[in-house]
Design a protein around this ligand. Structure first.
Ligand code: MN
Length: 232
């Protein structure tokens, strides 16, 4: 029995639709630049391959939550994304075997300090300040793959205060889910509890205190997030 000198951090977890069990989150992998229309709106090179980055597991915010408007930004953006949750993993998973490792899917938000992303890109600096900050990973309940099937198509949609801002289809991903799992596993040993944010379609934008975000992907439980007063 290990005795810890300071309180142990809680295990980050997500709800599972139709179950009292929880899904423990180990790592949050994220794919950037995975929809051509979003690459164009960011004025990035659409021939570059998608990028991989991470958020810490304790950045998770569950469905229906409110987050304070974060410190250290004046341009806080939403990115609505399909999230894939893994039940198993390994190195060098083939595209043919990738779907065997999927536990289920959820709707998530890759919340972004867009002002610092531009600065990080310009200077070649790491992305933690723009992507991996506190409460930057709201994710809804997971739908088990047994209940929704393996997803390859379906609308992905985000509304801000009832107005549609993002409306695309997950079939338009540049790297498909099987390719993402294969590519990631070339670099990292994927494990049960890992989740993958698969990239956002076009239509990203800023939110302010008081905004309500409603996110959905066809066949999955929707997610809502409210933006509260600034963090102190
Ligand atoms: Mn993203």
């Amino acid at each position: 029995m290990v005795s810890y000198a300071v309180p142990t951090p809680p295990q980050a977890h997500l709800d599972i639709t139709g179950s009292d069990e929880k899904f423990p989150v180990r790592r949050i992998y994220c794919i950037g630049k995975n929809y051509v229309a979003h690459i164009r709106e960011m004025n990035a090179d659409e021939r570059d391959p998608p990028v991989i980055f991470m958020k810490p597991a304790d950045a998770i915010v569950k469905n229906g939550g409110e987050i304070p408007y974060p410190v250290f930004t004046n341009n806080f953006h939403y990115e609505c994304e399909l999230v894939v949750a893994l039940k198993s993993g390994g190195y060098n998973i083939s595209e043919a075997d990738a779907s065997k490792h999927i536990f289920g899917y959820a709707v998530g938000l890759d919340m972004t300090r867009r002002d610092h992303q531009a600065a990080a890109l310009a200077k070649g600096l790491p992305w933690e300040v723009t992507k991996a900050f506190d409460l930057s990973a709201p994710v809804g309940p997971i739908t088990r793959v047994e209940d929704c099937g393996v997803l390859t198509t379906g609308h992905v949609k985000l509304k801000v205060n009832g107005e549609v801002r993002q409306d695309s289809d997950i079939s338009l991903m540049i790297w498909k889910i099987d390719e993402i799992i294969a590519k990631l596993s070339e670099q990292h040993r994927l494990m049960p509890g890992d989740i993958i944010m698969t990239g956002t379609p076009a239509g990203v934008g800023a939110v302010v205190t008081g905004d309500v975000l409603d996110c959905s992907v066809d066949g999955l439980a929707p997610m809502q997030l409210r933006i509260g007063a600034p963090a102190v």
